[in-house]
Ligand binder design. Structure first.
Ligand SMILES: [Zn+2]
Length: 400
């Protein structure tokens, strides 16, 4: 009896082992077969590229690239959920991946190297739309520039783009009037972040520290205090940001008429000028010089199209002769936000922005005005800042 039960048990064990081995082989064979099938499928995929041309919508562009109306419709309606089809620009590219039967299996629309929209055909035959997460590599570097003719030229010569100039100008917008201050021989140090994707430059990150050495030296270090608002501070811990920007135009322009007495170009009489005129190209962006709320937009006599922004402590700013107004009364605006475009409406002889600053109705000179400053760092924040800024400056000097 005992012999027989041992025999049966051995048989059962053998059958289980056999089934397991057969199952494994079958499984591996099936995997291999599927893999081979996939290999066949994907090895025969072809890719073609398209580009949005002047006056085209995506649908037209797809038809031009030999995609049937029916499929083009399917692509447009599937991708419409993750891509704003009205925001497409001339020159943007897309890739179409087709299998051996000519069926689209994948579609990639690239707005920029860091903004891509994907369509992938699922096993059920529908498109699945998604935006992949894109990882960027960050580099932190220092540039030392010397102005030979202009800030732009110095930056381009160093292998950077004009975007870096704009960011740099933003840092010192309170202290330096970049229309008139720079001189040949002035030097600049910028310590900044640069982002890449697949070793290709994508965008600039934050400027971590900057210095402008001209007739005076200006320093700025970006710092995030625990108690106060983040921003740029000078070595002594005083914030360099102030209540009002020096100009309502970013970079383009020069002062054509100062505050005070001047000759009126229309009546040829001497009168008082209640603001400062900045000449700029037609359509140049005008920005709010401080946080506030729009209190007036529209036509106002000699001002032409005018924007008035009300600020705290009874201040208000005026932006006149605009070609287009981009804000509405009652709207909140932040310092540096676009509010209008430069024009020549009202009593004006050419495109410029008439900028005026008033305190309780009284106009005063925006260029000579001791404006209220933000609070300096103190206590633990100041201690942390001193340690941090020393480290940052050592980093910069180590490469110079
Ligand atoms: Zn004016």
């Amino acid at each position: 009896m005992a012999d027989k039960s041992v025999y049966i048990r051995r048989r059962i064990a053998l059958v289980i082992i056999l089934l397991f081995v057969i199952g494994s082989i079958a499984y591996a064979a099936r995997r291999g077969f599927l893999y081979y099938q996939n290999y066949l499928k994907y090895s025969k995929i072809t890719m073609s590229q398209g580009e949005i041309k002047q006056g085209q919508v995506l649908f037209d562009s797809l038809l031009e690239n030999h995609i049937s109306r029916e499929v083009a419709n399917e692509v447009v309606s599937s991708i419409g959920g993750i891509l704003n089809l009205r925001s497409l620009r001339v020159g943007e590219k897309y890739k179409v991946y087709k299998d051996e039967n000519g069926q689209i299996v994948k579609f990639v629309y690239q707005k920029s190297p860091i903004d891509e929209c994907f369509l992938v055909r699922t096993d059920e035959g529908q498109f699945c739309a998604f935006k992949p997460v894109i990882f960027l590599e960050k580099e932190i570097l220092t540039r030392e520039l010397t102005i030979e003719s202009s800030l732009f030229e110095a930056t381009l010569k160093a292998g950077e783009t004009e975007m870096l100039v704009f960011n740099f100008v933003d840092v010192f917008a309170w202290d330096i009037d970049f229309f008139s201050y720079p001189r040949v021989g002035d030097t600049i140090n910028i310590y900044f972040e640069k982002y890449y994707k697949d070793e290709q430059f994508v965008k600039y990150g934050r400027i971590l520290a900057a210095q402008y050495k001209g007739r005076d030296t200006f320093n700025a270090i970006y710092f995030e205090p625990k108690k106060d608002r983040s921003g740029y501070f000078a070595f002594d811990g005083k914030p360099i940001e102030k209540m009002f920007l020096k100009t309502p135009l970013k970079f383009t322009g020069r002062i054509t008429s100062y505050f005070g007495v001047r000759r009126d170009p229309f009546t040829s009489r001497h009168g008082s000028h209640s603001g400062v005129d900045f000449a700029a190209y037609y359509g140049a962006p005008i920005v709010a010089s401080s946080d506030g709320r729009v209190s007036f937009t529209g036509w106002k006599g000699a001002y032409g199209k005018l924007v008035i922004v009300k600020h705290s402590n009874g201040y208000s700013t005026y932006y006149g002769h605009c070609s287009r107004i981009l804000v509405k009364p009652g709207q909140k605006v932040t310092q540096g936000q676009f509010v209008a475009k430069v024009g020549s409406t009202g009593r004006s002889t050419g495109p410029h922005c008439h900028y005026e600053i008033r305190s309780r109705g009284q106009a005063f000179n925006p260029l000579r005005f001791n404006q209220p400053k933000r609070k300096a760092l103190a206590g633990k924040d100041l201690e942390d800042f001193k340690i941090y800024s020393k480290k940052v400056w050592e980093n910069i000097e180590s490469v110079l």
